[in-house]
Write a protein that binds this ligand. Structure first.
Ligand code: R1P
Ligand code: URA
Length: 284
């Protein structure tokens, strides 16, 4: 068969589950919350009416249950776009590939993905402990250079690409094309921002402990180009969702204001607020 995948390409565990996520198709809901931190999974699922499935492997922890009667999944992705590569491909395989026969399904199923994360702001006016929905995302991580790309251009992307002053780094830009349908989740966010996704937390985000970053004005330069906040997953979530035909949105809680040198005074309370804020708006 032409579309039959070899054992080396779609790797399965002994029980037929996808290799890294350790999940079977029946283990996930159509609505999936993606969090970075594995410890955040139980902090989210404690609000569910009941949790039916708890599975994990490596940094990928999954709880599926119901919230106000609707089936919902929360899953941790760990840190970084290389993990998002695994999460997006294996989630897609769970719904769009017949795992037993290793063949593509003829009917496409679309997932709804909500990243519920944390970020640092580089716009001095974007205050800590508030929700920021990503409108445009600049991928400075490099993952999408390995995939067929899709064309995306708007005023923000044109302006950004024209003025980006670091020739060794090739940015890839994407945007949220799901915002309209989201209602309150989109409307109630304090900020609608332009997020930059990085392949690291320190020099890639302009942090200098004992090592120097690419230049001392990195934060200011990106802010001048319209970037509001930094994190490590959204470019890959938006780009791979688009290519695979899923819907995705990122809501990040701002826990650091990099320009003012501020960090949330109580990031545990801030995380709790993020969880309650998102859950209230994705299931009525
Ligand atoms: C870095 O501390 C991590 O926190 C942010 C970044 O994107 C990165 O994953 O998100 P999470 O809080 O969702 O993990
Ligand atoms: N996550 C990041 O990646 N960067 C920050 O500054 C805060 C959270």
């Amino acid at each position: 068969m032409l579309n039959k995948l070899a054992a080396s390409e779609l790797v399965l565990n002994d029980d037929g589950s996808v290799y890294h996520l350790n999940l079977l198709p029946e283990d996930i809901a159509e609505k999936i919350i993606l969090v970075g931190d594995p410890d955040r999974v139980a902090k989210v699922s404690k609000y569910f009416d009941k949790v039916e499935i708890k599975k994990n492997k490596r940094e990928f922890y999954t709880h599926t249950g119901t919230l106000r009667g609707e089936r919902i999944t929360v899953m941790s992705t760990g840190i970084g776009t290389e993990n998002i590569d695994i999460v997006m491909n294996e989630l897609d395989a769970l719904v769009n590939i017949d795992l037993k026969n290793k063949e593509f399904k003829t009917e496409h199923s679309a997932l709804q993905l909500f990243r519920m994360g944390t970020c640092g702001s580089v716009n001095p006016d974007v205050q800590v402990d508030n929700m920021l929905v990503t409108q445009n995302v600049v991928g400075l991580d490099g993952l999408m250079h390995f995939y067929q790309d899709y064309e995306f251009e708007n005023e923000f992307s044109r302006n950004f690409l024209e003025q980006f002053p670091y020739p060794k780094i090739k940015p890839m830009l994407y945007f949220a094309d799901w915002a309209e349908e989201l209602g309150e989740l989109y409307k109630d966010a304090k900020y609608h921002g332009n997020t930059a996704t990085f392949p690291g937390f320190y020099a890639p985000q302009g942090r200098q402990l004992r090592l120097k970053a690419v230049d001392d004005k990195f934060l200011e330069t990106l802010n001048d180009l319209g970037v509001t906040n930094f994190e490590m997953e959204t470019s890959a979530i938006y780009a791979l969702s688009k290519l695979l035909g899923h819907k995705a949105i990122t809501v990040n809680n701002v826990i650091a204001n990099r320009r003012r040198g501020e960090f949330s005074a109580d990031h545990h309370a801030s995380e709790k607020n993020l969880i309650e804020w998102v859950l209230e708006r994705i299931i009525k």
